[in-house]
Write a protein that binds this ligand. Sequence first.
Ligand SMILES: Cc1cc2nc3c(=O)[nH]c(=O)nc-3n(C[C@H](O)[C@H](O)[C@H](O)COP(=O)(O)OP(=O)(O)OC[C@H]3O[C@@H](n4cnc5c(N)ncnc54)[C@H](O)[C@@H]3O)c2cc1C
Length: 468
Amino acid sequence: MLTDDLLTRLREALGDDRVLTSDEDVDDRRHDYWVLSHLQSWRGTFEDRPGAVVRPCSTAEVQAVVRLVAETGTAVVPFGLGSGVCGGILPDRSMLLVDLSSMNRVRNIDEVNLVATFEAGVNGLAAEEAVAELGLTIGHWPQSIALSTVGGWVSTRAAGQFSTAYGNIEDMVYSLEVVLPDGTLVNLGRAPRAAAGPDLRHTFMGAEGTMGIVTGVTLALHRQPEKRTWRVFHTPTLAAGLDAQRQIMQAGWKPPVVRQYDAHEARRTFKPWSVKGQGMLLMAHEGPAGRVDAEVAAVDVLASSCGLTRADDEVGPHWMENRNHVPSWGEFFEQGLVVDTIEVSGPWTAVENIYDAVLADVGAVDGVVAVTAHSSHAYRTGVNLYFSFAAAAAATDLEGIYLACWHAVMEATARHGGGVAHHHGIGRVRRPYLVHDLGEAGVALLRTIKSAVDPRGIMNPGNLIPDP
Ligand SMILES: Cc1cc2nc3c(=O)[nH]c(=O)nc-3n(C[C@H](O)[C@H](O)[C@H](O)COP(=O)(O)OP(=O)(O)OC[C@H]3O[C@@H](n4cnc5c(N)ncnc54)[C@H](O)[C@@H]3O)c2cc1C
């Protein structure tokens, strides 16, 4: 429980209406979009809630809040819009939840240097729309763009659907403003590039609220592309499609959208256009018209040399139109199903083995009715895989089956040399598996950094970093 004294001092600092304590007021901030929290809520077994929610409107107010909690040793959990899917937000009554969504101003858009500065709570779509009015784009299009904040993107190391050309969030962050766990304000990033010691911005990218509170984010922008066009191919085998992707990336072409669906997903997602037993590779090409034309011509040759055949390019605009429509978890629970997605990545030489092992191992979990995958982010060095699974069972078993599926994906990925987290972050669900990416020494180093930055351990305890 938070003390009355702390609540009084928070009200003095922020005003009464910015400190929320009733069940009703905190209800929609009790957890993020993690399936397991939703399953428990749906069953009525989810009991925790934050002791209070504060809604600061400025960096100075965030500092005031953090100084108060630092003084009292109270734990704080930053909250953007709660679209995280890994259990990064699970406060109990001893904790204060800091909702950043009232920090929603666009501070500046610089059309010459192509940077824009946002308060951390700016809604992602609002941020993109603000720069789009000036003919610019951030180029960051997570499926959750309308459900997430700029500060949340940074804190989870998010990736957007156009990442292959525009990069992931770490490629866009120009500078960060962060309130440290003692209330100190730090500004990191002054110029387009620096050799000024280790890049401290990375301490906070992907920290998931464990190192401080991001209050301001400056992102590097792009001018909107002159031309966009689509190319879609049938992939006779997974290997053929991956080979085409690898060759396209390694030749230096940069289609922003590169998505390869296995045969199951091609059928499920693009049935009227798909060929039974074959997958699909879908690409958007955009940029200066001359470059787009050259890229399309080169991609046609490379794809054909890998045995791919042209599909109807209408699949591209169809995907674009429908790409952010996803059913709610509740709709699946009603049918006795638990469904989730897990994104991992691997070097080109490992990715087929990861795919095969995950399909076999998850498929062997009792109750699993489907496991499929697509790739959605390609690099010169490898590619991600985005698995979807569905399990049906007696309602009481769903939680165990769900965790068994996660375990199978994490272990199979690590066993075959992949990385266990491509873009959703770690949260609670992946915390036991972080060691696969960092190693024991890396996890120990992360704990050392955490205890130096946050010696009292008040920033989002229980999240991301495994216990010793
Ligand atoms: C339908 C759907 C589709 C999605 N698609 C994508 C996708 O395409 N790509 C992708 O990368 N992710 C995707 N996600 C996951 C999620 O949207 C991202 O992780 C997003 O970046 C989270 O933003 P948020 O503002 O909602 O953060 P929250 O969920 O509120 O918080 C996420 C974590 O960051 C911390 N945090 C939030 N704000 C701050 C801050 N200002 N300072 C410090 N810590 C903070 C929280 O404590 C928490 O640990 C999707 C989620 C859903 C539900």
